[in-house]
Design a protein around this ligand. Sequence first.
Ligand code: GUN
Ligand code: FE
Length: 457
Amino acid sequence: MTLNQVQFAVLGQLFHTPVKGDFQYLPKALVCIDSQGNILSVTTAGDGQFETNIQQLDQAGKLTRLTDSQYLMPGMVDLHVHAPQWPQAGKGLDLPLYDWLQDYTFPLEAKFADNNFATPMYQAAVSTLLANGTTSAVYFATIHNQASLTLAKTCLALGQRGFVGKINMDDASQCPDYYVEKTAQGLADTEQFIQDVLALPGNEQRLVSPVVTPRFVPSCTREMLEGLGQLTAKYSCHVQTHCSESDWARDYSLEHYGKSDVAIYQEMGLLTRRTILAHSIFLSDEDCRAIKQAGASIAHCPLSNMYFANAAMKTREILDQDLHAGLGTDISGAPVPSVFHTCLDAVNHSRVREDGTNTQLAASQRGESGSRISFLEAYWMATVGGGLAIDTKVGLFTPGYAFDALIIDTCAPDSDIFIIDQLDTPRDKLEKIITLNRRSNVRKVWIQGKQVVNKDC
Ligand code: GUN
Ligand code: FE
């Protein structure tokens, strides 16, 4: 490494999770970032030239030094978030999925036909996620091209790594008449959207990518799903959709196609290495094999599952089978815009599943023993697992990976994180940070080496 290659460097303690279920803590690491925003090197005391490099970088004005209460951590990846639903986050969650969609969600999303309405909503959604430490987000927009492009432009302007989908909904028997598209027009609009995102000025490094987005099986005709499969192949696009999310959604597919969501998406050419299946609650062994073979990913949305899934997620089995899996907030099927919180939700969700809920049953029959996940596994999903799902080198401090990173300060104003050096091991500290992190603890955010949030430290 020569000084010239370094755009800037960060010196301090860092956490990340190179191995699922484990963590690495470096008490004093020097992370150097190149001119493209990628990690050039990660060195520690004992590596040759360590102190000299620090001195030279400092003299060149290229060094950021963390304080004792600050931690460098990978940016969080939100694999499933509905940006147009941010205005209703915290509303309507006493309803089951079908009613929530009809009564709250479709009327709100239909308003995005007006780009003037959409613009401030998307600004608020993206900046809120960024402030909470979400460096990559996989977004559902709405059926409208102009507003969906506004979401892509908003990600680009605010510097967030965005995967943005114009939604497809063309089955008139399932979609409301005020929020539905015609099949051929929907496909043409989708192709136009893909091209427009790829051609956005300032998107040469592909910070923002288009995503083929059939909302879910009930909202789309067979022709639409087939056409989207062809577009996916033509543009090597990412794909996102809801998969076997609830009893109702699962039963709909069985009744109309005689097969599971996974089998339908596979038949339509929509199950690829770049596919992200939100929820995936009711998976058969065959579904899991198909997902693994395709290299597709699951976006586990634990809090939303509490409201809509009618069952618990098989997170333990999915991790044990080494399927690609990350976490999603599923705003506004759940109201909390923080993937740190989603980690806690994932642990809690698995704990309730393990113990069960019916007090009439004996403890041994109440739950599903051995099904809990650890906070380290949840955090791995939020970072490394998310990076695998978006097929992008993020989530680790490793040379060649993008520098998508956060400074978390446990002594930030209004912090709930209480670290006691005499009592807390590095593992305790990491668990406390993941569990109690709030927006105020996220002091700086970098994406692809660019600082996009700076709350003065
Ligand atoms: N299924 C179809 N649409 C939606 C949505 O907007 N949110 C959730 N959670 N599930 C869905
Ligand atoms: Fe969703």
